[in-house]
Design a binder for this molecule. Structure first.
Ligand code: SF4
Length: 348
């Protein structure tokens, strides 16, 4: 006896166990689907939900997002990580105002042409918001399909990714496309999890090759390991006797692009020189604070903060828009990298 279709089993499972009360499912407009898909990249649903609420309250549609200063967008993104996503959302909103009358375009190619939208995100918008016949291939779906068809090889490899796209397209059902796409994501997030797949109750276990072979967690093949380098950074945490702190806006490109941070140096030997020449800060006392470790996907950062007690000298700062003294409560409203935010909180 042959098993019912992959999609029928998945949809039956979704009807009983799928997630139907996520905030973006209550308003599945193209804007809300886009926003949720971008926030969910590399990020768990439970982390995303409060950010999604704050974001949609402040930016109710594409036009309000486009009109806002990018600094406001980054401020609401603080703590969510991968800040290029926030900058791209803002850029894409502006492109839609310029080229698409402030609406999300309704073809896959036009969506992919927008900053920060790849084929899978575009597919999700087409399927979930427009109910069009498109597949997706996010991390959850890659895992389910790689296991179900026992596709070996790292999915970051184009050749493997293309195989998975082909399978994803072949399995698409004729009807209920939005539910089917959601079902794939839900199965990957709740049953076919990375380290402990719950195969015995999975609706796909009758023909899941990885399960039948007894090695589901061998799929998908892990990314080839490479040793990631460690970099060091020294932060000048200048704090005036009246409590204000000196922050610098980072360049828009590179790590933490456009966010506010403490002025940084490669070496502690340059602290005195930088304080008096670049920052116009006369240090009365310098103390080393506890160092901080932060891991990015491609390197590790060891941060050595140095607390500089000083008085405010505004003459120089006033000419430099990228440097500014902030009261602590005002600083906490800026777009800040997570370690900067924690350090500022500790100075209160
Ligand atoms: S049977 Fe197991 S490995 Fe296969 S799709 Fe289901 S949960 Fe994943």
């Amino acid at each position: 006896m042959t098993s019912p279709l992959f999609s029928d089993r998945l949809l039956n499972w979704f009807d009983q166990h799928g997630r139907k009360d996520l905030p973006w499912q209550q308003q599945p407009s193209p804007y809300h689907v886009w926003l949720s898909e971008i926030m969910l990249q590399q990020t768990q649903v439970s982390t995303v939900i409060p950010y999604y609420h704050k974001f949609t309250e402040r930016f109710t549609n594409i036009a309000t997002l486009a009109q806002a200063p990018v600094d406001d967008v980054l401020a609401l993104w603080t703590g969510l990580g991968y800040y290029a996503r926030a900058r791209n959302l803002h850029k894409a909103a502006n492109t839609m105002v310029e080229l698409h009358q402030g609406q999300m375009p309704s073809t896959l190619d036009e969506l992919i042409a927008l900053p920060g939208i790849g084929r899978s995100t575009a597919g999700a918008i087409m399927a979930l918001a427009h109910h069009q016949h498109f597949s997706i291939l996010d991390g959850n779906v890659k895992r389910v399909l790689a296991r179900h068809s026992a596709i070996a090889g790292w999915p970051g490899n184009k050749h493997i990714e293309n195989k998975l796209w082909l399978i994803a397209e072949q399995l698409l059902p004729q009807n209920r496309i939005a539910n089917y796409i959601q079902a794939q994501m839900d199965l990957g997030a709740t049953l076919c999890t990375r380290s402990k797949p719950n195969c015995t109750i999975c609706p796909l276990n009758a023909d899941c090759k990885a399960y039948l072979n007894g090695n589901p967690t061998d799929y998908p093949t892990a990314k080839p390991k490479k040793i990631i380098p460690t970099r060091q950074s020294h932060w000048i945490v200048a704090q005036a006797s009246t409590g204000e702190i000196l922050l610098e806006q980072r360049p828009s490109m590179g790590i933490w692009g456009g966010l506010w941070s403490f002025p940084e140096l490669d070496s502690a030997t340059d602290i005195d020189y930088t304080c008096s020449n670049r920052l116009s800060v006369n240090a009365t006392n310098i103390t080393s604070l506890k160092n901080i470790k932060h891991v990015f996907s491609h390197f590790k950062l060891e941060i050595y903060p140095h607390l500089i007690e000083c008085e405010i000298n505004n003459n120089y700062i006033a000419e430099n828009k990228k440097l500014s003294w902030y009261k602590i409560n005002d600083a906490l409203l800026l777009g800040l990298p997570a370690p900067v935010k924690s350090l500022i909180e500790s100075l209160q």
